[in-house]
Design a protein around this ligand. Structure first.
Ligand SMILES: O=C(O)CCC(=O)C(=O)O
Length: 331
């Protein structure tokens, strides 16, 4: 059944929609920050010098994170993200899968919004991130263009899927701020209606970041700053070209980006968990609670260990540069 909602129309036309006041900070978001705080405590207990442990465990969230980020923990972001490490998946590979995050992923109010775009048959996509961004001036130089802790380069979300997923995944991104997000602290930026260009050629940045080819050309378009209040969510079309700015404030900017795909379309990240979160047929919903969700990730891990990677995707590269932004703009 084709979905006909105002929201979907807007998303397909503009490439983004800001939906106001969907979530409640105390009930829906703060529990996730609390769980991240717990993860930081575990990391401090494991990695901090003995003499500093007791004191730092009493720090508040931000001071603690700043401390933890200086401990030189390999792949620190992994501890705050619900995904397996991209490479070298091992039996003890850790990931952030708390009950609070499960509650967010399956939140009725989020699914009500998603249903207006994808229809009633909705799967949770394994392409999801949390992003804890310190003021850019506090970041090590190498992390400034790392999208989980620094600026995110111009890209389309469909570009980070398998070739099959790039072609056939019907997906929507739900971006959720845990802190008020402004131009100053690094909100996302997009260009209205640029999603209509379809999937473009991307290149790999200096740290493997996925970036639209010739992205400098986007500077000449009028930017749409996707500022958002706590409680709002921002929806992105899979072909929306977007990036995020530097955090030039003195405070943290924290967000999560969840994704959902329409049942019957591929996730683009096989064999990672891709399960029904809403369906008219209740028998389709087989992952009913947090523990079953973790079991799916552990099952996926066991499939990834022998092949040693969790996901790989070829950058979209169409022949003869025909999908280069540069060429499309000249047409
Ligand atoms: O939050 C950010 O910095 C970027 C998010 C993003 O690019 C995405 O969700 O696709």
């Amino acid at each position: 059944m084709k979905v006909k909602s105002k929201l979907k129309k807007l998303l397909e036309r503009n490439g983004y929609v800001r939906v106001r006041n969907v979530l409640n900070f105390t009930k829906d978001l703060k529990p996730i920050l609390n769980d991240m705080d717990f993860v930081m405590d575990c990391l401090i207990r494991k990695y901090a010098p003995k003499t500093k442990k007791n004191n730092t465990l009493k720090y508040d969230f931000k001071k603690k994170y700043t401390f933890v980020s200086k401990l030189n923990i390999y792949d620190l972001d992994q501890y705050f993200n619900t995904r397996l490490p991209r490479d070298h998946v091992k039996k003890d590979s850790d990931y952030f899968a708390s009950n609070s995050l499960w509650n967010l992923i399956t939140h009725k109010k989020i699914l009500d919004v998603v249903e207006k775009v994808l229809g009633t048959e909705i799967l949770c996509s394994p392409v999801q991130n949390t992003r804890i961004k310190q003021p850019e001036k506090k970041l090590p130089k190498g992390s400034v263009y790392d999208g989980l802790s620094g600026r995110t380069p111009w890209h389309q979300d469909a570009a980070v899927l398998s070739t099959h997923g790039q072609k056939f995944c019907d997906m929507v991104t739900v971006w959720i701020p845990f802190t008020k997000t402004t131009r100053k602290n690094g909100c996302m930026v997009t260009v209205k209606e640029i999603n209509k260009m379809g999937l473009l050629n991307h290149i790999s940045g200096y740290r493997g970041q996925v970036e639209v080819k010739n992205s400098k050309l986007l500077d000449k378009f009028k930017p749409i700053y996707l500022e958002a209040n706590i409680g709002d969510v921002i929806l992105l079309h899979k072909h929306s070209i977007h990036c995020s700015l530097a955090n030039r404030s003195n405070d943290f900017r924290i967000s999560a980006d969840l994704r959902y795909n329409r049942a019957g379309t591929p996730s683009g990240r096989k064999p990672l968990p891709n399960f029904y979160v809403r369906s008219k047929n209740k028998n389709n919903i087989t992952t009913l609670n947090y523990k079953q969700w973790i079991a799916l990730w552990e099952e996926a891990k066991n499939k990834c260990i022998p092949r040693k990677f969790a996901f790989k995707y070829p950058l979209p590269t169409f022949k003869h540069n025909k999908r280069d932004l540069k060429n499309l703009l000249n047409n």
